[in-house]
Design a protein around this ligand. Sequence first.
Ligand code: ATP
Ligand code: MG
Length: 311
Amino acid sequence: MIKVEGLTRKYGSFVAVDDVSFTCQPGRVTGFLGPNGAGKSTTMRVMVGLTPPTKGEVTIGGLRYHDIPNPGRHVGVLLDASAQHGGRTGREVLTLGAMTMGLPESRVDEMLDLVSLTKAEAKRRIRNYSLGMKQRLGIAHALLGDPQVLILDEPANGLDPAGIRWMRGLLKNYADRGGTVLLSSHLLHEVEQIADEMILIGNGRIVARGDRETLLAGAGPAQTLVTSLDNAALAAALQAAGLPVEQAGRGLRVQAAAADVGRAALSAQVVLTDLRDGGAGLEDLFLQLTADTQREAPSSLQAPTPEGTVA
Ligand SMILES: Nc1ncnc2c1ncn2[C@@H]1O[C@H](COP(=O)(O)OP(=O)(O)OP(=O)(O)O)[C@@H](O)[C@H]1O
Ligand SMILES: [Mg+2]
C-alpha cells in the first residue's frame, strides 16, 4: 500500500536519506525504527509531499500523495503534533479538518471521544495543551477522514503509560480491520510491542528489516548465563560437553542454548540457582546495527548490572 522506491534526500552534500526502499502492507503495523537523526521524519515528510525527494519516489495506493484526491480521506498523517495553530481550540482544528474533507460535524465528536479528549479540553486553546493532549488531538486529526493508511511520526511521544497502551490497541485494531500503519520511533520497546514488521534505519540507510523472529535470528548465536552452587564443577562439565564457557560476574556465560547448559548441569549433578538467556536481544542488535549513528558509544549504553546477578 505504501511503496518507497530508491528514496534519497540530500541537504547540500549531506545525505539524510540514502537509497531507501520498502513497502508497508495493508493489515499490518510497520515500525520504522532508528536513532535520532537517522532519517525517519525526512522519509515520512517525503511520503506526504512536504519535502521533495532528491531521487526516487513514494506512492500510496499507487499514487503520489499530491495526486491523491481528498488525501485526508485516504491517508491519515501525524508528523508533528505541535505544528498546530496555538490560538485555535482542539475542536476548531478538527472542525476545520472535517470541513476540508467534506465530513459531517458529528465526526468531530466521535474523534474527540475516541482519543478521550473531554468537551472542556476541546474548548481550550492548543497553546495550553499538554504534550500528550496535543498528541491525542493529532491522532484524532489523522483518523478524522477514516483513512486506509496511517503515517505517524513518534505517535507515542508524550503519552502516559495508559495512553501508550490505548494507542497500541487502537493501531492493532485498525490494522486488523485491513488498515496500513507506518509508525516511527527511536524507542525499540515501544515499536516491538506494536509492530508486525520492523524497518531499522541508521544514517539514512536501512540496516535491517523483518519481523521480530527474523531480526532476532540475525542477532548471533545463542548464549546462556548460568549460576550454580558449584560453578567450577559446572564449568568442567560444560567444557567436557564441548560448550565454550567463561566467567561472568558470579556465574558463567556459555555459548549454547539453555537446554544444553541444563543437560550438562544435570549430568554433573550441580544445582542451578539461575539460568537465563544471555544472547544479544533485539536491543543489542538495534544498537549494534546503528552503532555509527549513536551519539553514545555502544559499550556505554549497557545498563548497569544489579548487585548479585550475573553480568
Ligand atoms: N531541512 C533540513 N536541512 C538540513 N538538514 C536536515 C533538514 N531536515 C533534516 N535534516 C537532517 O537530516 C537528518 C535526518 O533527520 P530526521 O529528522 O529525518 O531524523 P529522525 O530519524 O526523524 O530523528 P529523530 O528520532 O531525532 O526524530 C538529520 O541529520 C537532520 O539534521
Ligand atoms: Mg524525527
